[in-house]
Design a protein around this ligand. Structure first.
Ligand SMILES: NC(=O)c1ccc[n+]([C@@H]2O[C@H](COP(=O)([O-])OP(=O)(O)OC[C@H]3O[C@@H](n4cnc5c(N)ncnc54)[C@H](OP(=O)(O)O)[C@@H]3O)[C@@H](O)[C@H]2O)c1
Length: 296
């Protein structure tokens, strides 16, 4: 079985991005800039934000983190976003989720200038993706990273049946819509399953490409997978494991040991889709910079 190594691809991709950033710096004296806003003190969010800032620096991009109190009002956050929308040195704006209860996440998504929405969550970007204008939008980073992995591993997609389990706005829906597009790297027949789907195994067993984005450890078991399928595991779940020093470990939505015995290719957790998400955020930020400076 082929292990689709997202860690390695993300390192390669970040090196490629760094070359482009260095070229732009030499030619224009400017570099792409990403600003991340974090509201409150959620420890997991703080780790994500630190990792994003670190990766930005590794590729030579500028990054800044704006920390706001957990009690911040929606209007105060929207006003900060408007300020960043108008700042020509900021090419990407990301508001780390989850947000405190008093803030409407959709209002925040709508407030970000679509031209700086490097998360690809704004309806304008999602709409352009659905209409197939991938060169004129930002694609949500996790689905975009999966597309990059499929491409770099030369996974045949045209005419194949892709089953996506999960329909969130940030993973399942954009992923399914991407796989549906009439592009060389996609062009699949697509089925989407969710919590109200009856008899999920009857669909997953038909998948040539199975993408699991559910958030339930080991949900996809070997009896749900067609022999030879390509299996992409988006899930990140922490489970108890007394044999580890921390007492827990990360696993995906796919039962790795069982499914890897019959899949033709598979992403591991950790080290599969996860590292690609940050790499694609940087790719989107570079793309925003290039668009803003007519460097494409
Ligand atoms: N690797 C990465 O970089 C990355 C990025 C984002 C997310 N993730 C991980 O990916 C997973 C999914 O993330 P998300 O943001 O898409 O989660 P989400 O918003 O909670 O969505 C989960 C989806 O799974 C469906 N689902 C839940 N239980 C199900 C069941 N028993 N049978 C069938 N479908 C079920 C839900 O269906 P309904 O719509 O019917 O409720 C929903 O559409 C999580 O583990 C998350 O941590 C990883």
């Amino acid at each position: 079985m082929l292990i689709i190594d997202g860690k390695k691809v993300s390192i390669d991709l970040k090196s490629e991005l760094k070359v482009r950033v260095d070229e732009h710096r030499a030619a224009t004296g400017k570099v792409p800039g990403l600003t991340v806003i974090i509201v409150g003190e959620d420890p997991a969010s703080q780790v994500y934000v630190r990792n994003k800032a670190k990766s930005c620096k590794e590729t030579g991009m500028h990054s800044s983190v704006i920390e706001m109190e957990a009690s911040t009002s929606e209007e105060a956050l929207l006003s900060k976003i408007r300020e960043l929308n108008d700042d020509p040195d900021v090419h990407g704006i990301l508001v780390q989720q989850p947000l405190p209860k008093q803030i409407d996440e959709f209002a925040v998504t709508l407030a970000i200038d679509p031209a700086k929405d490097v998360d690809g969550f704004h309806p304008e970007n999602l709409g352009r993706l659905v209409m197939g204008h991938l060169d004129k939008c930002f694609v949500s980073c996790t689905p975009y990273g999966i597309l990059e992995l499929l491409g770099r591993y030369n996974i045949e997609t045209k005419g194949r049946h892709c089953v996506v389990v999960g329909r969130s706005n940030i993973v399942g829906k954009p992923m399914a819509n991407l796989m549906l597009q009439k592009l060389d790297a996609t062009n699949c027949t697509v089925t989407i399953c969710h919590s109200a789907t009856k008899d999920i195994p009857s669909y997953t067993r038909q998948a040539d490409i199975l993408i699991a984005a559910i958030g339930k450890a080991g949900f996809i078991t070997a009896d749900m997978v067609k022999p030879g399928a390509v299996v992409i595991d988006v899930g990140i779940n922490r489970i108890d494991d007394p044999s580890t020093k921390s007492g827990s470990r990360l696993v995906g939505d796919v039962d790795y040991d069982g499914v890897s015995a019959l899949a033709s290719a598979m992403t591991p957790v950790p080290g599969g889709v996860g590292p690609m998400t940050i790499a694609m955020l940087l790719k989107n930020t570079l793309q925003s910079f290039e668009r803003a400076n007519n460097l494409q």
